[in-house]
Every structure is written in C-alpha cells, then in structure tokens.
Design a protein around this ligand. Structure first.
Ligand SMILES: Cc1ncc(C[n+]2csc(CCOP(=O)(O)OP(=O)(O)O)c2C)c(N)n1
Ligand SMILES: [Mg+2]
Length: 796
C-alpha cells in the first residue's frame, strides 16, 4: 500500500486529468457546433431564407480558449467573427444566431438586436426594461456590436477606462453593482486588416498611456476581404508594427503576445498569462493571433477563390484550426477518432434542429398574419364589384409561401386602393392599422430611451434669484456650477484637452481638479475620437461622464463614433443598453475658419438618438446639464464661445434647476413677425429687433433651446398664428439647421396655413467664416442683413 497522501495526490491528478479532458472535449464540441452553424448559416443565405451572412468559421479555436478567461463582470467589444466566443460564454445560443440571420424582430428570439442587426452582432442586457441598471459585476457583458470595422475600439477603451476609475476612486468602491473594484477586463477583437484604421492606433496609444485593462485579440487571417496584409500593415505584422508600444519594466505601454491561432494549448497558456496581468496590473495587452483561415471566404457576398491562390487555399485547408485541434486531441489521447465522429454526428443533427426551431419561430407569426390577411381579402373579393382584381391580389399573396411582413401590408394596401366601396374595404383598413402599429413597434422604437416621452415636461425652469444674486462672467457661472456638481454627484467625471490642470481653455473647471481630484477631472491627449469613446464606455458602465471637445469644429474628429456607435446604441441593442454620455463643447461665432463653426445641420442629421442642446448663455447651459444628468439618453451641449466673458445673473438654485427639452422659449414678445433662432445669433437678432422696434416693427423672438428634440409643444406655431410671418436665422451653412427648422414648422406642424408672407431663412454663407471682425461680419448673418430682410417680409 502506498502512502495515503501520495494516493490522494494520484487521485487528484487523475481527477484533474479527467477534468482537463472533459474541458477540452467540451471546447471542441462548442467549436464544432459553431462551425456547423457557419456552414448551415451560409446555406440559409444561398437558398434565400436569409439576406446576408458573415461567420466565424476559421476562428473557433482561439475563441473557445479566450472564453475560458472571460469572467463575470468582464466586458466584450468586438466584431462579426465572434460567434464561437458568444456561444462559449453562454451569451448567445445557436437558435438565437439563426434568429438573427433571419432578421427575426422578436426580442425573445433574437435578444441581441431584435432583428435590427446583421448576423453575429451580439449584445447582452445592461439595463432592465424600466431602464434600471442591472448588476453588471455578476454578468458577462457584451457591448452591442456594429459593422464599421474598428469603430468599436474607442468604446472598448472607455469600457476599460471605467475599471481604472472604479479601482482608483475610493468613493466608487461601494458601487458594487457596476464593478468589483476595477477587476474587470475588456476583451476586444479585431481583424488583421481593420488594424489599418486610425481608430485602432488612437485607441492603442490611449490605452498604453492610461494603462487600462484592455485585452485586444487580433484575428489574423491575412486578408481584409480581398486585400492582403502586405497592403494593410507595415511589415505585414501588427505586432511588429506595435513594437514601440511594448511595455518594459520601467515604462508604460502594452504587453504583446504572438500566438498561432490553431494551437489550442498555446492559446490557453498565452491568454491565461496576458489576461491575468491585465486584470491584476491594469496593463493593456495585445494578442496577435496568427495563421487563421476563412474556410468559406469573407462572407456570403462572393467567393475567396477570386483572390486567393490555389496554394493559399490548400494551406488554409491543412491549417484550419478546428482540424488541427481535432488532430491534437487524438495525438494526445484525449479522445479517439470514433468518439469524435460520434459527437460530431450528434452535433450536426442538433444544429439542424436549432435552425428549424429558429425558422419556425420566425415564420409562424407571419403565417398567422398571412392567413388573417387572406381571410379579410377573400371576404372583400366576395362583396366588391372589383372581385377579379381583388382575387388576383389574394392569389399573389396566397402563392407566396414565405412572405415578408411587408408583402402582407402591400396586399392589404392594394386591396383598399382597388375597392372604391369604403364599407366593403373597411376590414382591410382596420387590419392594416393594427399591423402598422405592430410593425412600428418592431422596427421604429428605441431610438431614445423612452422614445415618446416629453423629456422634462414637468420641469419648471424657475430661476431662484435673491437680492444678493450676483452678476458674474459666464465662465464663472459654469465654474461654480461644476464645483457644486462634483461635490454632489460622485458618479460624475469630466475630461478633455486642457480640462484638468488649467481647468479648460475658458476656465470652466479652473481650480476644480485641485479640489475634486485628478481622478475625476483630468487632461487627455489630443484625441477627440477616443475622448468620446472613453465617454461612451464610461457611461455604459454606470458613470456619468462629461467628455469635453475643446471646440465644436473638432467634434468632427469624433463624429463617427457619436453617429455610428452612440446614436445607434439603444436602437441596435433593441433597448437593452444605454450610454447617457454628455458631450460638452463650445462653438458658434468667434474667430476664423476653425474656431467659429456652427455645423448644426450636420449634427442634426448625424446624431438622431442624442439630444442636441444649443443654449444662448451659461445659465441655460447649466439647466441642460442638470436635465441630461437626470435622464438616460446621451446629449451634446454647445456653449457659446463668445459668451464666457458676458455677465449673467447667477441663480441660487444652480444645481437643481432643470430645463425641459424640446420646449422653445419666447424671449421677446411681438406682433409682426416670428423670428426663430438659437445660441449666439440670438444676441444679434436682439440688437436688430431693437432697431426694428424704432421702425414700428415688433419682433417676437423665439429661442428653440434644443434642436433635438425640436419644439414638441407647438410653441413656435402658436407664435406664427399670431404674427403670420416667420423667419429662421442661424450661423450654419445654407440648407443646414435653418432648413431643418423650416421643415419642422412649415411642413410638419402645418405652419404654411398661417402665413401672410413667404417664410424665409437667413444663415451664414456657404464658405467657412473668414478671420477677424470683418471676416465674421461678411460670413455670418449680421444685424443689418436681419433688419433688411425683415423689413422686406413686412413690406410683402
Ligand atoms: C469602416 C468600414 N470600412 C469598410 C467596411 C467593409 N468591410 C467589412 S469587413 C472588411 C474587411 C475586414 O477585414 P479584417 O479586419 O481582416 O477582418 P476579417 O473579416 O478578415 O476577419 C471590410 C473592408 C466596413 N465594414 N467598415
Ligand atoms: Mg482578416
């Protein structure tokens, strides 16, 4: 008999070997199942059941390895190749994968996007249906994917930066629902070719400078669709190109690992070490996963035989990671051939049944609609004088075995249009209205959290002034406000270029870093894109960031993430995720081409899904900050660049007064003409209105206050009903925000009915504003122009 402790050790080894074997076989099963899903998924497109497919075949093995180290509380930000990771972490199931490829709009079937996203764009819930934060520290969190390659990198940086703040700021340690003291790692994937994007480099630099727990996995299959990596990356290797970023013992930087994508054992080893260090030490890490393949080519849109050589195609077959893992399992006697064959056979059958299940779920409600529509149309055909024509519509729908929802609508619409007897066609109209509402709910909701709510309707913008309320410079008011805000709300952080040490270029934060700490008020590099991504990620993790863009003109550097990521987040995740980021910037007229821009039309078009606040002074700006901080939607506040040194009276209730959104304010009442504007232009219009008053022309001046949402209360229309004349004025280019406001009032609100003179717009010239006082005068609307045009309207 052996010694008991040695026997115990042997049993433990045996058990752990059994456990190891089981874990490996389980990984192989997930990888194999994922491959089958890819193969069948492609067929679903080729047979016409789905429109487009892009799959994770050839990337399965690194993803099952990666999933081993993804812990509850961690975050994922990735791209369309990661279905295996989603399956392995349990965040997605195979039936959900199929539901998404069919564009099933039922969130119970496709809980990731409710049919709004192409396949393989996953997400997990961050909020419950009432908008309350879920306990993210115990969940595996997938931030919603999107298609613009590398577009998720700035967000990934922000998600990782949150871990850093949760670790460093003691006041946040109690906030356990969002973090376990910053132990969360962000797993971020990207294809080799997409590392060519500036987003990748800006993010890597920001992560390296800030030392955040961001783990980047580059799936290197040598191609970006057809373009090989020689044309994508210097030295054809992203890890070599990043050599200067590498962390050494005494520097910041990133850890860089290279590993073969087909080598399961090495992948597990390397990922274990890298993730452990990222988590413990908050060091960013890059895994360059090489020698991956694309067994079915890039997507269903074309074949890779067009651009890969026969040798390359042959190599891809031989080095397919799934094939290599299988061989490794057999070589190491973890399972034999016949066992693997039996589980593969079983999985093939299961995947087919998952596909059938998802298809049935997708199709059933549509077949019910089809049957109901046929019943209604058939009944109408029996009663109408247009029986033959209606029967033809009936036949067309009936012969369509798998109609879309739109085909049912079209059949009903055409029936109603065809039949002149309204009483007979009434059942079709009734059913149409029902379906219209249903489809609106499925496809047109969740642009904003609480889509149809009037935000802050109940807020009474009551300013509390006392005898002692002082007149201060605009920047001083903003500064006092931020001071109170940071004292009151521990979730608020603010950052941007020159915002920390000197307290922003206009002193809004002057002295506040010293008072509230450099973890909450801090400088960033000149990197607008990742400043905004930083804000997106922080706000998704429960903080309330104010990300500052130094001048409105430079918002364009970050517009892509605002538009593609932030503005679509709630919609594309079907209401499961929010990012209530506040973007603070300053704009409108000051000096020259790049310090007096007012591209509001551009923002209105790009930022549907955000609130766009355009205050005329700093007290009003404060009202918007308070409102946005109360809500769950993101917003941009554009302070007036030329307003910081103008005196305003500071109310006592700076920290508590809120402004409703979408509620214009009549700032001067008059009888003869309604003038609609916002921001810095209002002061010029006020001057013009004084002059016009001497000419007996009485101007009603309205500040729209917010461009998104826009006048939800019909306040401008009420004014127009009184004056019967209207002009929209701003500093944007022709066709910009003035055209937007014009359409809203004249067309959408029916303002044309109340006009006695033609409605007009006055905006800046098409070119950028020239430098200097004369440059401003001749580029932007001026008081004399305003007077002349209004006199003209009155004389009409
Ligand atoms: C910003 C942007 N540009 C172009 C595309 C079109 N596109 C989709 S995938 C792709 C290639 C990406 O290659 P890679 O990053 O290597 O990923 P892989 O598909 O090879 O895994 C391109 C050009 C896109 N989706 N987004
Ligand atoms: Mg590639």
């Amino acid at each position: 008999m052996g010694r008991p402790d040695i026997i115990e050790q042997n049993i433990a080894d045996e058990l752990s070997f059994e456990g190891f074997k089981e874990a490996v076989i389980n990984d192989y099963k997930i990888a194999f199942q994922s491959r089958q899903a890819s193969l069948i998924g492609r067929k679903e497109v080729l047979t016409g059941k789905a429109k487009f497919g892009i799959f994770g075949d050839g990337k399965e093995v690194p993803q099952v390895a990666m999933a081993k180290f993804f812990q509850p509380g961690d975050f994922y930000a990735g791209y369309y190749r990661d279905q295996t990771f989603a399956f392995a972490t349990g965040v997605a199931t195979v039936p959900e994968f199929f539901s998404q490829i069919y564009a099933d709009p039922n969130p119970l079937n496709d809980p990731h996007s409710a049919g709004r996203q192409m396949n393989c764009h996953f997400s997990s819930p961050f909020i419950d249906k009432f908008g309350n934060a879920l306990d993210l520290s115990v969940r595996k969190n997938f931030s919603a994917g999107m298609a613009p390659t590398a577009g998720h990198f700035p967000r990934a940086f922000g998600l990782a930066f949150a871990s850093k703040l949760f670790r460093k700021i003691p006041d946040l340690h109690l906030n356990t629902a969002h973090s376990s003291q910053g132990n969360e790692v962000v797993f971020c994937t990207i294809g080799d070719a997409s590392t060519s994007e500036g987003h990748f480099w800006e993010t890597m630099n920001a992560a390296a400078v800030n030392q955040v727990p961001l783990a980047v996995f580059v799936w290197d299959d040598g191609y970006g669709i057809s373009v090989p990596k020689e044309l994508q990356t210097v030295k054809s290797s992203v890890s070599e190109a990043l050599a200067g970023f590498e962390k050494s013992q005494y520097t910041n930087g990133i850890l860089i690992y290279k590993v073969k994508g087909w080598d399961y054992a090495s992948l597990c080893e390397v990922f274990e070490e890298g993730i452990r260090r990222a988590r413990a030490e908050h060091i960013p890490v890059l895994f360059h996963v090489e020698e991956l393949t694309q067994p079915q080519g890039h997507s269903t849109s074309g074949s890779h035989e067009r651009y890969k050589t026969p040798e390359r195609l042959q190599w891809e077959k031989a080095w397919d990671c799934l094939f290599k893992m299988r061989a490794w399992i057999i070589d190491n006697a973890l399972a034999d051939e016949s066992y693997l064959v039996s589980i593969e056979e079983e999985i093939r059958g299961i995947i087919v049944s998952y596909r059938n299940q998802a298809w049935k779920l997708y199709e059933e409600p549509i077949q019910i609609q089809k049957a109901q529509a046929l019943k209604v149309i058939g009944e109408i055909a029996r009663q109408t004088s247009k029986s033959q024509e209606v029967l033809q519509l009936h036949r067309e729908l009936s012969d369509n075995p798998v109609p879309f929802r739109r085909d049912i609508m079209v059949a009903l619409e055409h029936t109603v249009a065809m039949v002149a007897e309204p009483l007979i066609s009434a059942p079709a109209s009734t059913y149409l209205s029902e379906l219209f509402l249903e489809n609106k709910r499925l496809y047109n909701t969740h642009l904003l959290h609480n889509d149809f709510e009037k935000i802050g309707e109940e807020y009474k913008p009551l300013l509390d002034f006392t005898e002692a309320s002082p007149y201060l410079n605009g920047y001083e008011i903003i500064n006092r406000y931020f001071d109170q805000l940071f004292a009151e709300n521990p979730l608020v952080v603010a950052f941007g270029e020159d915002l920390g040490k000197i307290g922003d270029v206009n002193q809004g934060f002057a002295g506040l870093q010293q008072k509230h700490g450099s973890d909450r008020i801090f400088d960033t590099g000149i990197r607008e894109l990742t400043i905004l991504g930083q804000g997106i990620g922080l706000s998704m993790r429960g903080l309330r960031p104010i990300a500052e863009i130094q001048y409105l003109d430079y918002l364009l550097f970050g517009l892509q993430v605002l538009s593609d990521d932030l503005a679509t987040l709630h919609y594309r995740s079907a209401g499961q995720q929010i990012a209530p980021l506040i973007v603070r910037t300053r704009g409108h007229r000051l000096e020259g081409i790049w310090h007096s821009g007012s591209p509001m039309g551009l923002l209105i078009n790009a930022l549907k899904g955000l609130h766009l606040c355009v205050p005329r002074d700093m007290v009003q700006a404060v009202g918007f900050y308070n409102t946005l901080l109360e809500g769950k939607n993101p917003g941009v506040v554009i302070e007036c660049l030329n307003g910081y040194r103008l005196k305003e009276r500071m109310p006592e209730n700076l920290i508590s007064y809120k402004l409703p959104l979408g509620k214009p304010e009549v700032i001067r009442s008059g009888e003869d003409i309604t003038v609609v504007s916002y921001g810095s232009t209002l002061r010029i219009i006020s001057d013009a209105a004084n002059t016009l008053q001497h000419l007996n022309i009485s101007v009603e001046l309205i500040d729209v206050q917010t461009l998104l949402p826009f006048d939800l209360y019909g306040i401008i229309l009420e004014s127009l009903k009184k004056t019967n004349r209207i002009i929209f004025i701003d500093e944007d280019v022709p066709g910009g925000a003035t055209s937007f406001m014009f359409t809203e009032i004249i067309e959408k609100q029916g303002g044309y009915r109340w006009l006695d003179a033609s409605p007009r717009v006055l905006c800046a010239k098409s070119h950028r504003p020239a430098y200097g006082s004369d440059g401003d005068y001749f580029s932007k609307p001026n008081a004399e122009e305003i007077i002349a045009i209004i006199k003209g309207i009155i004389a009409e």
